[in-house]
Design a protein around this ligand. Structure first.
Ligand code: SF4
Length: 69
């Protein structure tokens, strides 16, 4: 599953880092780094992270395609 973070929206709240630390990392104060190829065993954490993101910056595979990204 692909994951995309809209870094223009991301405010560095780090909810995703707490919920899926294997996928999302904060570099410094606000720069979010992530692994865009999510393995199945990490999917649940990424779904929770997407739901928890206060600015809905995290898009999962099906939404990525729907958005044409
Ligand atoms: S939870 Fe959302 S706003 Fe916060 S760091 Fe993650 S993607 Fe960015």
């Amino acid at each position: 599953m692909r994951v995309v973070v809209d870094l223009n929206r991301c405010q560095g709240y780090a909810q995703c880092v707490f919920l899926a630390p294997e996928v999302f990392h904060l570099h410094g104060e606000e720069a979010l780094l992530y692994d865009p190829a999510v393995s199945d065993d990490r999917l649940e954490g990424v779904r929770q992270a997407a739901a928890a993101c206060p600015v809905q910056a995290i898009l999962l595979g099906e939404q990525v395609r729907a958005d044409g990204r």
